[in-house]
Design a protein around this ligand. Structure first.
Ligand code: SF4
Length: 117
């Protein structure tokens, strides 16, 4: 079976075609301009991951931009965002501070992407 997808690793957005066998194994990838596209297609078709960026609200109502320190499984995105929304965050926060450890049991921390006082 042929699967078509767009590489999201850089703004070029190469159109990828991946040949997948009946067991879900990626046999070949074409249309990529660099190796990142091949790696992206293999990951996306077997175990898709995403880096999540969102905004937490600190006590007092100030917004704090945050992101996952590493990519998380795609199916955990809503659980991770929910963990961010329910976190109790006290200011000040420095860029890089861990605001939620092991978000939603992913083993990945949520960190601040900006200093907020
Ligand atoms: S395959 Fe390479 S050049 Fe093409 S979008 Fe992906 S990262 Fe960019």
């Amino acid at each position: 079976m042929i699967k078509e997808l767009t590489c999201i690793c850089c703004p070029m957005g190469c159109a990828l075609r991946a040949e997948v066998d009946d067991s879900g194994n990626v046999i070949s990838v074409s249309g990529n301009t660099c190796i990142r596209g091949e790696n992206y297609a293999k990951s996306e078709l077997t175990a898709p991951v995403r880096t999540v960026t969102t905004t937490a609200i600190a006590s007092g109502g100030k917004p704090v931009p945050v992101k996952t320190k590493d990519p998380i499984p795609k199916e955990k995105i809503f659980d991770v965002v929910s963990a961010v929304k329910s976190a109790n965050i006290e200011l000040p926060v420095a860029m890089g501070d861990v605001l939620v450890a092991d978000a939603a049991g992913t083993g990945v921390d949520i960190v601040a992407t900006r200093t907020v006082r």
